[in-house]
Ligand binder design. Structure first.
Ligand code: DAH
Length: 330
């Protein structure tokens, strides 16, 4: 008997390092043929003297085995054997920040370091802030530049641009003002690889004394360098936006094809990336800032385009497709 006990104990210690809790339980405590169970059964058939001698020994072994198994499965409520704690766990998927989030955070940090405020504005906006105060009255043909999603409430729309934050921030903070406002905008537009009905912009506004076109151009150059690096070419050309005068558009050499022509740049080699200009005196007046004392420049960056330039993908709609095979690359 002593030998049996020793052997069982020795085997158990060894098995403990190699077998699963479930297998151990079957082998040692299994109702039918468990090694310890069998010892218990043997004990029951012993005469009084043997029982006295071996009872405590066998019970001690049983207790040790039970305790060891208990320790292995602590935290596991299931003890019916249907849970195999040795199976590998599910792999935890770690995500990455969405490309738009990455760019928004990067630019926000950049502007914060330069002393800009980072502001927010409502996505459901009034016609006044989205158009009128930006120098686009109801009759103005420029309204047609931006196909608008209107709500059922008259005068309330989904903002077509982040520019309304210009007016809101001027009214709230006055001049001098250095602010950016990243955010989501909406257009009632057919989608293709360059257009989506929902996309992202970053608005910028600088209002101070003696701000000139030269300041704006220098600033735009800095901005492009920050965004795509100084190895990529840029050009500034005149562009029309009703809330600035003069207005410009900034094109950046296409990062997907490096000027050769592709889907992103419509074969031109250039990607329109920033709209900008000197804030129109009328817009300053709507913002209750004296146009005689202050001047400034404003800019709007298309963050979808930026993400495409930075990460090099041709279809802007990937941004909203929530396809992990795409998103995991960044
Ligand atoms: N809001 C314009 C758009 O969505 C972009 C823009 C152009 C913003 C010129 C500006 C600006 O601040 O000065 O097309």
């Amino acid at each position: 008997m002593q030998e049996k006990l020793n052997q069982t104990e020795k085997d158990f210690k060894q098995d403990l390092t190699t077998k699963s809790g479930f297998d151990l339980k079957v082998k040692y405590l299994g109702r039918k043929n468990g090694l310890v169970t069998n010892l218990m059964k043997e004990l029951a058939t012993m005469n009084e003297a043997d029982k006295k001698q071996w009872g405590p020994e066998i019970n001690r072994l049983k207790k040790n085995v039970e305790e060891a198994l208990e320790k292995m499965t602590t935290g596991e409520k299931q003890t019916d054997g249907s849970f195999d704690e040795t199976l590998p766990g599910l792999e935890l998927q770690t995500g990455t920040l969405h490309p738009i989030t990455q760019i928004t955070q990067e630019l926000s940090n950049y502007f914060t370091a330069m002393g800009f405020m980072v502001l927010d504005g409502p996505e459901v906006e009034s016609e006044f802030f989205n158009f009128e105060a930006l120098n686009v009255p109801a009759w103005h043909p420029a309204r047609e530049m931006q196909d608008t999603i209107w709500t059922e409430q008259p005068g309330v729309l989904l903002r077509t641009q982040t520019s309304p934050v210009q007016i809101r921030s001027m009214l709230k903070y006055g001049a001098p003002l250095y602010a950016v406002a990243p955010g989501r905008v909406f257009r009632y537009e057919a989608t293709d690889n360059r257009h989506d009905h929902t996309f992202y912009q970053l608005e910028g506004l600088v209002v101070d004394e003696n701000i000139s076109v030269a300041n704006m151009n220098a600033f735009l150059k800095l901005l492009v360098e920050k965004i795509v690096g100084d190895k990529i070419k840029m050009r500034i050309r005149p562009g029309y936006f009703p809330f600035v005068e003069p207005g410009v558009e900034v094109d950046v050499e296409c990062a997907v094809c490096h000027g050769k022509g592709c889907g992103l740049c419509k074969g031109t080699g250039w990607v329109e990336s920033i709209g900008a200009g000197m804030v129109h005196p009328q817009v300053l007046a709507y913002g209750k800032i004296d146009p005689k004392k202050y001047s400034g420049f404003a800019f709007g960056v298309g963050l979808n385009r930026l993400a495409q330039l930075k990460f090099g993908f041709e279809d802007t709609r990937m941004i909203h497709q929530n396809d992990l095979r795409f998103l995991k690359q960044f």
